[in-house]
Structures are given as C-alpha cells and as structure tokens.
Design a protein around this ligand. Structure first.
Ligand code: PLP
Length: 453
C-alpha cells in the first residue's frame, strides 16, 4: 500500500531540523492556542488511508507548536533531560530497524548494545561488574525491577517461592524508606504487593537525607530504600553508613538514584555517592541527567540470580539462548531496543562528556542560586548538584510567580512544597543549557516575582 522512501525520510529530517534549530528562540511552553489546535487530530477514524507524507505534515504543523521545548536550554521542570545528538540519531536508526529486543535471536544488535551500554553504566556509576542489569522505561520501572529481585531473594531465603505462589500467606517483608521517599518508589512497592503505605518511614534532616541513627531494627526480611538525589533538594542519603548497618543484619538495600546516581560519573561530584555502590540494587535513568532521550530507565541488581529468579520466563516457542537475554531480566517481553540510544550516547560522550554534562548543569544550578540570592530571593536548599529550590516570598506570591513564569514562556519551572515551604523547583538537567539561558531565565523569574509582590 505504501513505501518508506527517501522523500518521506528526508521530509522528517528537514522538519525535525527546523524544529530543533528553533528550540532556543521559541517560547518553552506552548501557546494555549496551539494546545487548542490539537483538536485537528481528532475526529472519526478515517475509512480510507492517507499518504504518510500528509500525516507527517499534519503532525508537524499541529503537533510541533504544541510541544514543550525540552530540547532547548531553558526547560527546568521536573527532572527532564534533553537529548544529545548521537542519541537522537541512534533513536532514528532504531526506529528504522524496528527491532524487538526481547531475545538475542530477534535482535543481535539490540542485545549487543544493551549489554555493552550496561557494562559502561556500571563502570561510570561505580557499581559491581558482576551485577545484572536491564533497560526499562524509567526509574519507576527500574525500582519495580530492583525491588522484585529483592522480594525474590528475601522470600527465597525464607523458603518461599514468590513467583510461583504469590504473596498469599507469604512470610511478611518489611520495607523501610526515608521521610522524603519519591512517590514513584511507593508506586513500585504497591505494584509488587508490598504496599505504598505499609512502609516504615525514617525521619530525615533539613535537606531530606535519611538519618541512619533513626533506622528501625533491621533483619534479613527487610528492604531499605535509600535515595541518591532527592527530587527537590538533590541531597543524598548517607549510603555507606546505611548499607553497613543493613548488611550487618542481612537486609537488602535498594537505591533510587533516578538522576543523582550519575554524580558518580564526575570526579568533582563523585564523593556525594560514596557508599551507594555497596547497595544490592539500583534504579536510575538515562533520560534524565545523561540526556539519552525518552525513554531509558536502568535497573541494576548485584545478585544476578535474584533478578533472573524474579523475571525469567520461557516457553516452547520462546526459549532463551545461552548468552544474556534481556527478557530474562526484564519485566517486559517485547521491547524497544533502548540499548542502542544509550550505547550511542555513551559512545559519543565518553567518560569526559558525561562528566561535563554533570559538571556544567551543576554549575548552572549554582549560577541560578547565586543570581537569585543576589536579587533578594531565598534559596531553600544546599545546592549540591543540579536542583535549586527558591521562594519568592509568601506561598501565595511564590505560587503566583511560578504561574507567571510559566505563562511568560522564557523558561519553564514547576512548583513544590518543601518541608512546609512553598517553592519553585529549578532542575538543570539539559546538556543544552548555557550561561545565557540561565541569565535570561533569572531575569524572567525576577520580572515575574516583582509583578506578583
Ligand atoms: C528520585 C526520583 N526517583 C524516581 C523518579 C521517577 O523516574 P521516572 O519518571 O523515570 O520513572 C524520579 C523522577 O523525577 C525521581 O526524581
């Protein structure tokens, strides 16, 4: 019916190039009219086919103006990275290949890239080389994966096969989290039948770090979930101390290091992650700080057999080969060959390029904090990595300023509540941010905050 031809692919390349080259000159959030215009996508399912080029033209004409320009340097919302050139190019190649990376026999290239990229990630993050890993959609699923391995291992020790028999009548497990646990970790616990609220919350300090002296008694049926990089402050739980106490009692330690774990790849910031490598499982993202593009979650588990025990599957038609098979470590069967983008990004950036992203973005966070303080605004956190929390005054003024900043479009930041204070979050996660982006954004923030006083 159709052919995929050079005209179509060249058209995509031209449109994508136009989009990307305009990224820094356009407003970051879309105009309300552009969002309304998305109605053009609606309507009944067409009876007859349309030319792919026409569909692409409609997508670009209506869709591009309704994007949030996270590929430019002035998006500071949530913890969303941009995409480095090699990862974007690899993503196009991966789409052209249309590989299913469930089994090596389905995609040798997918299997090779994932395996090599995971080894590079373990190396960059200072994690044990014997650990097993797998790529998933994001840190949420990476925590599901790591915690499924924890659940498997701890119940196996108690003589219980959780994959076979489920949790009905199983020996109880205890889960310990910090008072500032990320909501996605609680969701992961819920998905695994461990309960979002059935956790023991350990008190934290003013930066959100778990207090090791306040840990409850631990044992070999306890999973302790710590954080490397608090989503608001960027703070790190004292991993070395917590791992030592946990391992003394044979408890399992899981690290939610969605973005912060990447500090380990920078000689300047590595010390913040000290001790994190002593844990048992780790969840992190390629799509946040390393700028691999969406989506790229990474789960790593020290005890490869625990992860395999939780995830392995086979059937007469779907049998794993002798070498590493992603589907034996992954919650998914069919999956995109995400390893290709991760491999390409790391191959292109190298050790120095990754460290440079970490150092530059953390430097920009310092520049934000200093400039905002100079203008009389209160920075609420110790800016240790790429996260800044700022208050523009009362909660009402801060909220109004955030709304005005978002409306203005020069940059985009979201709001939060931090230990009883209303704040704006600035998360500098894109490789594309420059000093000029920071200065233009601070000026826009200052204008907005003054107008709200
Ligand atoms: C500390 C932390 N953990 C987990 C997540 C969830 O990551 P993802 O959206 O990739 O699932 C985030 C997201 O910002 C985070 O900051």
């Amino acid at each position: 019916m159709f052919t995929i031809d050079a005209a179509l692919l060249n058209d995509v390349a031209r449109r994508a190039n136009d989009y990307l080259s305009a990224a820094s000159s356009r407003r970051v959030s879309p105009e309300p009219a552009a969002i309304d215009a998305l109605q053009a996508f609606d309507g009944p399912l067409p009876d007859s086919p349309s030319a792919p080029a026409d569909v692409l033209a409609l997508l670009d004409r209506v869709g591009s103006p309704a994007t949030v320009r996270t590929t430019g340097g002035r998006y500071f919302g949530f913890v969303n990275g941009g995409v480095v050139p090699a990862a974007l190019a690899a993503s196009w190649m991966t789409s052209a290949w249309d590989q299913n990376a469930a089994l090596r026999v389905m995609s040798p290239v997918g299997a090779a890239c994932e395996e090599i990229a995971l080894e590079w990630v373990r190396d960059l993050l200072g994690l044990p080389h014997v650990a097993a890993g797998v790529l998933v959609t994001g840190a949420t699923m990476a925590s599901v994966t790591g915690l499924a391995a924890a659940r498997h291992a701890l119940l196996e020790r108690a003589g219980w096969d959780v994959e076979r028999d489920g949790l009905f009548g199983a020996p109880p497990l205890r889960v310990v989290v910090g008072g500032e646990v990320h909501v996605s970790l609680l969701k992961a616990l819920g998905l695994l039948g461990l309960g979002r609220e059935r956790v023991h919350r350990v008190p934290v300090d003013g930066q959100g770090r778990m207090r090791p002296d306040a840990l409850p008694p631990l044992d070999d049926r306890t999973i302790v979930c710590i954080q490397a990089g608090n989503v608001n402050t960027g703070a790190f739980d004292p991993a070395g101390d917590i791992c030592a106490r946990a391992h003394e009692r044979s408890a399992w330690v899981h690290v939610d290091g969605a973005f912060g774990l990447w500090a380990a790849s920078s000689p300047r910031y590595r010390h913040l992650t000290d001790g994190a490598g002593d844990a048992d499982s780790w969840a992190t993202d390629g799509h946040k700080w390393p700028n691999v593009g969406y989506d790229c979650g990474i789960a790593i588990v020290r005890d490869a057999e625990a992860l395999r025990g939780a995830m392995a599957m086979s059937s007469a038609y779907f049998s794993p080969g002798d070498r590493r098979e992603s589907s034996q470590f992954s919650p998914e069967m069919s999956r995109r060959a995400r390893g290709v983008e991760l491999w390409a990004a790391l191959r292109s950036l190298g050790r120095e390029g990754i460290a440079d992203i970490i150092d530059r973005t953390a430097g920009h966070a310092q520049r934000f904090a200093a400039s905002l303080r100079e203008r009389g605004y209160e920075v609420l956190n110790d800016v240790v990595i790429n996260q800044v929390l700022v208050s523009f005054g009362s909660p009402a003024v801060t909220r109004a300023a955030i709304a005005r900043i978002q409306e203005d479009g020069t940059c985009w930041c979201g709001g939060t509540e931090w230990q009883g204070r209303t704040a704006m979050r600035i998360s500098v996660s894109s490789w594309a941010t420059t000093d000029e982006d920071v200065d233009a954004s601070v000026a826009a923030m200052d204008r907005a905050a003054r107008a709200c006083r």
